[in-house]
Design a protein around this ligand. Structure first.
Ligand SMILES: [Zn+2]
Length: 104
């Protein structure tokens, strides 16, 4: 059964980065992000999910800074990456970056 009620984000990624495979790899990156936090001693639960996201965004911002991603060039990754950057969802921008630049 195909579940049609996808989020706008997912549709956006499919469109921009090329299909279902891209969404899967985007989600894989989120899993990797979570895995790294678990390794650092985090137990991610429903209750601390917002705290986790806050920390994750902080960490992703540092990574993006190190990669040279700024307000001025983030739109070169994708529109979605740009939108999420404006919202402070650097974890999404990072996932997009990894998706686009690991595609080669
Ligand atoms: Zn995402």
């Amino acid at each position: 059964t195909v579940y049609y009620s996808q989020s706008i984000a997912k549709q956006e990624i499919q469109k921009l980065a090329g299909g279902k495979d891209a969404v899967e790899r985007h989600e894989m990156w989120h899993m990797k992000q979570a895995e790294e936090f678990r390794k650092a001693g985090w137990e991610i639960t429903k209750e601390n999910r917002s705290e986790y996201l806050k920390e994750l965004c902080k960490k992703a911002k540092k990574n993006l800074d190190a990669l040279g991603i700024t307000q001025d060039n983030v739109s070169e990754i994708s529109d979605y990456a740009y939108q999420q950057y404006q919202l402070g969802r650097y974890d999404e921008t990072e996932a997009e970056y990894m998706l686009i630049y690991n595609r080669r």
